[in-house]
Each structure stands twice: as C-alpha cells, then as structure tokens.
Design a protein around this ligand. Structure first.
Ligand code: TPP
Length: 351
C-alpha cells in the first residue's frame, strides 16, 4: 500500500481529522512535556516556589480541547492543564510567567500559585485552589451561554479526587436539569496526591455516576489521544445540538509525583510506576503517526529541536520580565475603589 492509501484508511481520517490536525496534536503534546520538564528544572533551581504539572495527561488534554472553537468556547482548567491551555491559546511564555510569579503573568499577575491558569482573551477561566470549585463555575457559565443563546460550549476539567467534593455533584445535577452545553471532563489518574482511587469512591469508574444525574457518560483510554478526541467530539456535538452535558472520564497515568512537594516513590510500588510509563500517550501517538507514514526519526529530531528552542526562548523572556511591585500585593484581595491605583496596605488597615 502506498503512504496515501495507508492514510485514507487511517483512524484519524475516519474521525474527520486532517494530517495537519494530527501533526499539530503531536506537537502540542511534545511541547507540553518539554515545558513541564522546564518548569521542574526552574523549581529545582530555586527560581519557582512550587510546580504542579501534567506529564501523562497530555493525550487526554489535547483530545478534549481539540473539538472546541478556540475563540468562542470556554475552558475551565485545573492545575495539570498544561497541554490543554496551550491548545486553547496560551503560550509557553504565558505559562512560565506564572511559574516565576511575574508581574506580566496573564493568569494573575503573579498572585496565584503556579498552575492556576487563566487567560481572559482565550476564554480560559481563573480557578481557585479548593479542588472542585471550578465545576459550579463552569455549569453557571454554560447556563449563561444557554440563556443568552450564544452557542458557546464550556469544557471543565478536574482530577478523580476532586469529584469527592460537594461542588462537583451540585454542578452535575444542575447542569443535567437545565441541559446546559457543558463537557465535564475528569482526568482519572487513580490518585489524589497519595490517596488511591478505592479510598475516594466506591465505584470503579467516575463515568458510572453519569446516569445518576441523568446525563451521558463515557470512559476513555487517556493514553490514546484519538480516542479522547472521539469522545470529546461526540460530547461537543451533543452540547451543540442542545442535548445537554456529558461526563467524560479519561483514564490517564500520572507519570510524576503529585507536585514538587511530593515524592510518589514513598507510596506507589516501583512496578506500578514502571507500568504507568508503558501508557505514556506521547510514544503511543508517535507509533500511530509512524504507522500511517506521517512520521519518522528525522521529523522527530526536527520537532524536538524546534520545541527546545521555543521553551528556551520562553524561559529567557519570562526570566527577564519584571517582578510585581510589592505595594500592589493586596490588589484584588480587598475592595479597591480605584483599580488603577496601587493599593496602599497602610491605608487599607486605617493605621
Ligand atoms: C477542597 C480541597 N481539599 C484538599 C485540597 C488539597 N489538594 C490539592 S490537589 C489534591 C488532590 C486532588 O486529586 P485529583 O483531583 O485526583 O487530581 P490529580 O492531582 O490526581 O490530578 C488535594 C487533596 C484542595 N486543594 N482543596
């Protein structure tokens, strides 16, 4: 079979994805991983106070965001959403500005912890640190889109542990009653820091909960980006048709520790960590691209070089960016009658 014939029968073509689409999807996955590694280097070098990131989750994230209209639809992320926010429009520099808590960080001007992604221009909503709270925000956003008839769709994501929060359940119930255009993603890596899945829920799959709210649920292999895309696209089309929300569980692997403050070797058996590496979505997708004659070693090297240059340039730019002015530390924390004026802490306390 010629390369053209191989591609004509390829899975991505069946799914309506072009060659260009799948090559871009792979680029974003590789970029996210390289950026992730840089974030950890910056933390270990003492330049970032904390890092939390998404190695192992890239396939699920790229697949779930891909069906969205990147300009009009909304994304409500969580702290592992590195690949997802890149696809939605944030740049590596945007992300590193937050990691280094710089004044020009678009997420919060250096006020939130790293990993609290937000970008108004790209319709990425700011999230709070208590896990689960982004779910009611997303349900409300989708409700507003429905009432205003804007045609916008909302995608929100979280880890499996976060689904134990009351906020999560309230959001699903509300969203299903009102049939809002929302995709409720759950990136199930079977751990909430060190707590394993069976201590968080009495069912083996998050998706099993969907019928209890009266919505469609799907459980997808998160190491297979095309399967993730397929499930997300079906949910997206359902939302667009006015048929309401979908609960999408992506079964992923957390390849590293929970965060830079954690050491997974202390609570995960060696064999389990090793087995997780076999479900890394990046080599899996590379093998697929090779099987449809879209990829080879030469292209891989060229991509790695390009990504390294991009991450290096972003690091330089973020390191050169100004730090926030300490006098503005309380801005957005207390009521500010004049947002243009830096908040004077002494004035605020009245002393
Ligand atoms: C309400 C609340 N409780 C506890 C925490 C501390 N905490 C931060 S992340 C996390 C684990 C969440 O696990 P999961 O939702 O499975 O996501 P994962 O980190 O595995 O991707 C916990 C317990 C928190 N941020 N908010």
């Amino acid at each position: 079979m010629s390369a053209k014939e191989v591609r004509a029968e390829a899975r991505h073509v069946e799914l309506g994805l072009s060659d260009q689409d799948v090559l871009q999807m792979y680029y974003y996955m590789v970029l996210a991983r390289a950026l992730d590694e840089r974030m950890w280097q910056l933390q270990r070098a003492g330049k970032a106070m904390f890092v939390i990131s998404g190695p192992g989750h890239e396939g699920a994230q790229v697949g779930m965001v891909w069906p969205l209209d990147r300009e009009r639809d909304w994304f409500v992320p969580y702290y592992r959403s590195v690949a997802a926010v890149l696809v939605k429009g944030m740049t590596p520099t945007d992300i590193l500005l937050a990691v280094l808590a710089k004044a020009t960080d678009p997420s919060s001007g250096g006020r939130q912890m790293p990993g609290h992604y937000a970008h108004p221009k790209h319709r990425i909503l700011s999230t709070s640190s208590p896990v689960g709270t982004q779910y009611p925000h997303a349900a409300g956003l989708a409700y507003a889109a429905k009432v205003r008839k804007t045609g916008e769709v909302v995608l929100v994501t979280i880890g499996d542990g976060g689904t134990s929060q009351g906020d999560w359940h309230e959001a699903l119930n509300f969203a299903a009653i009102h049939k809002v255009p929302c995709l409720f993603a759950v990136e199930n890596n079977r751990y909430a820091i060190s707590v394993p899945l069976h201590k968080q829920m009495a069912v083996p799959s998050v998706a099993l909960r969907a019928p209890g709210y009266g919505m469609v649920g799907a459980s997808v292999d998160g190491s297979d980006v095309l399967e993730c895309y397929r499930a997300a696209k079906e949910a997206y089309d359902r939302a667009k048709r006015g048929e309401g929300p979908t609960l999408l569980e992506f079964r992923v692997e957390r390849l590293g520790s929970h965060s830079s403050d954690d050491q997974q070797e202390r609570y995960r058996p060696k064999e389990e960590i090793e087995a997780a590496r076999q479900r890394d979505p990046i080599p899996n997708f590379r093998r697929y691209l090779e099987s449809v004659a879209l990829w080879d070693e030469e292209r891989e090297q060229a991509l790695r070089d390009r990504v390294r240059r991009e991450v290096d340039a972003a690091t330089d730019e973020a390191e050169r960016a100004p730090d926030p002015d300490p006098a503005t530390a309380a801005r957005h924390v207390y009521y500010d009658p004049d947002p243009a004026r830096p908040v004077d802490p002494v004035w605020w306390t009245g002393r």
